[in-house]
Design a protein around this ligand. Structure first.
Ligand code: SF4
Ligand code: SF4
Length: 388
C-alpha cells in the first residue's frame, strides 16, 4: 500500500480509502450482507487500507435517513482490536439539523452506532450553500470547537458537491477545517469544485480527499466502443479501473481516494492498484483527455455551466438541472443521475419549477432553448425518485 500525508492533519493515510456506502446487501439497501462485508473489511485492513468513510445516512431505506452502515462498522470493530489502528471518518447529516442541540444529538448517536468514544475525522455531509448558511447561523463552529476540545472528534472537515467559489468561502469562514471530500474523476475536472477545488486544498495545506473516482462505477461499466478504441491506443494497457484510479493518484493535489466497494473482488483489485506505482506518460494523459472528450459527445445538451443564465427569477437551478440530465445521457445510468438530481437540487429549484417565462434565453452563451430543455429534464426525471 502507498501512503500520503493528509494535509495539515499530519495523518498518514492509505491512498485508497474504503467508502461504506455501497456494501453488499440482501433484501434492501439497509440490509447489509455482514458476512461478505466483513470479509471485505478484513482483506482491506490486512492489506494496508487504514481509512474508512461512512455517514449517518449510508445504507438507509429512505434517502438521507438514519442508515445501517455506521451500525455495521461499530459491530465490526467491537469484534476485534483494530479500532485504534485505523482512521474512522463519518459525517453529520447537515440537511437534518434544525437547532443547535441537533449537532450534539447526531454526534452522540453516531458515537453510539459506531461503538467508539472518538471519531478521527468528522465531516459536515454534502454541504450545499443553503445548508452551510443554515448550520453556520446555528453556530456549528461553536459545536465543532467544543467537540474538538472534548476529544469526541479529532479533525473536522466537510464533503460537498458545490462549486469552487463556495468551497473557498466555507474554508475561509472556519479555518479549523482540515480536510475536504470533493468529487473528482477524469470526466469531472470542471464539474462541481473539480480540479480548481483540489488545487486550492493543496494551496492551503488541507487534506484533499476524493469521492466518486469512477463515477459510481459508470466509468467502468458499459463502456462505449468509441471509448474502448481510444483506450486501445494507449502506450500502457490498463483496465478501466486502473485508468480511473491512477489518473487521480498521478495528481499531487489528491491525498486519498475513497472507493465505495461492493464485492471482495473489487477490494482486491483496488488494493492491488493502490499498491502499484504507475506514472502515466504525457501521451497517455492525452489519451485520458481524448476519452473524456468522447464521453462528452454523448451529452444531452451543450450547457457549458458558464452560469450566465443565473439566477433564474423563479429559482430554477438551471445549471445543475441541465448537468444531471447530461450526465444521465453520457453515462447511461438514469438511476444514479436521478439520485443526484433529487438529493442535490432543492424541491423548488428543479426543472418543474420553470414557468417558461423565457427571460433566461437571451443570456445563454450556447444558444440553448433553456425552458424547452428543462421540460425534457422534467420528462426524464419526473417529480420524485420513487419510480427509479
Ligand atoms: S424560462 Fe424557466 S428557467 Fe428560464 S428564467 Fe424563466 S422560469 Fe427561469
Ligand atoms: S447560460 Fe447556457 S450554457 Fe451557460 S449555464 Fe446557462 S444554460 Fe448552460
Amino acid at each position: 500500500m502507498i501512503y500520503n500525508t493528509l494535509g495539515k492533519t499530519g495523518l498518514e493515510v492509505s491512498r485508497l480509502g474504503f467508502g461504506l456506502m455501497r456494501l453488499p446487501t440482501k433484501a434492501n439497501n439497509a440490509d447489509i450482507d455482514k458476512v461478505e462485508a466483513t470479509k471485505m473489511l478484513d482483506y482491506a485492513i490486512e492489506n494496508g487500507v487504514n481509512i474508512f468513510d461512512t455517514a449517518f445516512s449510508y445504507h438507509s431505506e429512505v434517502l438521507g435517513n438514519n442508515g445501517e452502515s455506521e451500525n455495521f462498522l461499530g459491530e465490526y470493530f467491537s469484534e476485534n482490536t483494530l479500532r485504534d489502528e485505523i482512521l474512522l471518518q463519518t459525517k453529520s447529516p447537515s440537511w437534518a439539523i434544525e437547532k443547535f442541540e441537533d449537532f450534539d444529538y447526531y454526534l452522540d448517536e453516531q458515537l453510539k452506532k459506531l461503538q467508539t468514544d472518538y471519531i478521527d475525522l468528522y465531516l459536515l455531509h454534502s454541504l450545499t450553500v443553503p445548508d452551510w448558511e443554515k448550520v453556520r447561523d446555528l453556530n456549528v463552529m461553536d459545536f465543532l470547537d467544543d467537540a474538538l476540545s472534548s476529544g469526541k472528534i479529532k479533525h473536522v472537515g466537510f464533503s460537498s458537491h458545490i462549486e469552487v467559489d463556495y468551497v473557498i468561502e466555507i474554508i475561509d469562514e472556519y479555518p479549523k477545517f482540515e480536510v475536504a471530500l470533493t468529487q473528482l474523476n477524469y470526466l469531472d475536472e470542471y464539474y462541481q469544485s473539480g480540479v480548481m477545488g483540489t488545487n486550492y486544498l493543496k494551496q492551503v495545506n488541507m487534506g484533499s480527499m476524493i469521492m466518486e473516482p469512477l463515477r459510481g462505477g459508470r466509468l467502468v461499466n458499459n463502456i462505449p466502443d468509441e471509448v474502448n478504441k481510444i483506450w486501445d491506443m494507449a502506450e500502457v494497457k490498463r483496465t478501466p479501473v486502473e485508468w480511473g484510479l491512477q489518473y487521480l493518484w498521478n495528481r499531487d493535489d489528491v491525498d486519498c481516494v475513497f472507493s465505495g466497494m461492493t464485492t471482495l473482488e473489487q477490494v482486491k483489485d483496488n488494493v492491488r492498484i493502490a499498491s502499484t506505482e504507475d506514472v502515466i506518460s504525457e501521451y497517455d494523459q492525452e489519451i485520458i483527455r481524448e476519452v473524456a472528450r468522447t464521453y462528452r459527445t454523448f451529452l444531452g445538451n451543450n450547457c457549458s455551466r458558464c452560469g450566465y443564465c443565473m439566477p433564474c427569477p423563479h429559482g430554477v437551478d438551471i445549471i445543475n438541472c441541465l448537468t444531471e440530465y447530461n450526465i444521465a445521457h453520457m453515462m447511461g445510468d438514469p438511476k444514479a443521475s436521478a439520485m443526484q438530481y433529487f438529493s442535490l437540487i432543492d424541491d423548488d429549484s428543479r426543472a418543474d419549477s420553470c414557468v417558461d417565462c423565457k427571460e433566461c434565453i437571451p443570456f445563454c452563451t450556447q444558444m440553448i432553448d433553456i425552458p424547452a430543455e428543462l421540460q425534457k429534464v422534467y420528462e426524464y426525471f419526473g417529480s420524485d425518485f420513487d419510480h427509479f
